[in-house]
Design a binder for this molecule. Structure first.
Ligand code: 13P
Length: 339
């Protein structure tokens, strides 16, 4: 199969009405933090057991069409010996892989960070593809502060994202480009909108310069919201309008899908906001989710590291996946949470 056909096939599988992506690609420190909250120690075995619980959830494939995995998971197996990526693929869920190596302080830009991992990326992507990964994800973060993000941070991160995306496409792996404008802080909705617009403008300029085919990538951004410590939180309608205003100005119509991250919103908030976004008209892209915490939090709380709670945890995951699937169609209502 040609590289183009591979990219086309993966995009078709990842952009389907009413479906979204599960982010289960927490790095070791991040999963340790999530497990600590439920008093579970993070070991290779506890991570394997939790992630096989997620991927063996019956009917998950009705609402989820892709899963982002962490490197370690690609080579783990369930109790019957089935590789975890295959467990996902059996339900029609495309396995993908986080390929950035985390972030470090950006020199000469106090308060800003840059994501690492470009060195040796070619060989790593080829290796992940051999293990079943058909798409990849790279996250860059932007802090909002008095002097952040700086122009340097926006340009440097845009270049890294574009370079990663070009490398993946060349190998037949669909890149998910994730510029996350962090929710931390007390900034207003308007300030977040201005930062998001500048960030996305730089990202798409860099993608163009690096020759990335927009038709064969997905964007994973944050929604435009006030900072989580801002005194006045915004309604779903306000979030939806601000988010779409920024995206219409910056994201070309050639991009097939935008899959939002949840970024610290509560599970219900993330669903309500996604529903509001999908209730507005005039948008050229498929607008869906690629949630980590907002899909997994209730499942983690139900699981508590106890194998006897597996089914309850899977039901909690399936419920959130179904709620978000309705939100993609603009059909979510608060009452459905209690059904
Ligand atoms: P959250 O939805 O928890 O923000 O995670 C998404 C993700 O993949 C972060 O890189």
């Amino acid at each position: 199969m040609s590289v183009r056909d591979q990219l086309e096939g993966t995009i078709q599988a990842l952009v389907q009405d009413g479906k979204g992506i599960l982010a289960a690609d927490e790095s070791h420190p991040t999963i340790a933090k999530r497990f600590a909250a439920i008093k579970v120690e993070s070991t290779e075995e506890s991570r394997r057991s939790y992630r096989s619980l997620l991927l063996s959830t019956t009917d998950l494939g009705q609402f989820i069409n892709g899963v982002i995995l962490f490197e370690e998971t690609l080579e783990q197996r369930d109790e019957t010996g089935t590789p975890l990526p295959e467990l996902a693929a059996r339900q029609g869920i495309v396995p993908g892989i986080k390929v950035d190596k985390g972030k470090v302080a950006l020199a000469n830009a106090p308060g800003d960070e840059i994501s690492r991992g470009l060195d040796g990326l070619e060989a790593r992507v080829d290796g992940y593809a051999t293990l079943g990964a058909r798409f990849a994800k790279w996250r860059c973060v932007y802090h909002i502060g008095h002097h952040n993000p700086s122009r340097l941070a926006m340009e440097a991160n845009a270049n890294v994202l574009a370079s990663y995306a070009a490398t993946c496409q060349e190998r037949g792996v669909v890149p998910i480009v994730e510029p996350e404008v962090l929710i931390d802080g007390d900034h207003t909705l308007e300030r977040c909108a201005r930062v998001a617009e500048a960030v996305l403008h730089d990202v798409f300029t860099a993608l163009y310069r690096h020759g990335v085919a927009l038709e064969y990538m997905l964007l994973k951004p944050s929604m435009v919201t006030p900072g989580k410590n801002h005194e006045q939180q915004a309604s779903p309608q306000e979030v939806a309008e601000a988010t779409l205003r920024v995206f219409r100005r910056t994201v070309p119509a050639a991009v097939p899908g935008i899959n939002f991250l949840s970024g610290g919103q509560t599970p219900e908030e993330a669903t309500r906001n996604l529903n509001a976004i999908n209730s507005l008209s005039r948008r050229p892209w498929n607008l869906s989710f690629s949630y980590g915490r907002a899909l997994q939090e209730p499942a983690l709380n139900a699981w508590q590291g106890n194998p006897a709670q597996t089914l309850t945890a899977q039901q909690a995951l399936l419920h959130r996946a179904r709620m978000n699937s309705l939100a993609v169609r603009g059909q979510y209502r608060d009452e459905l949470e209690r059904e």
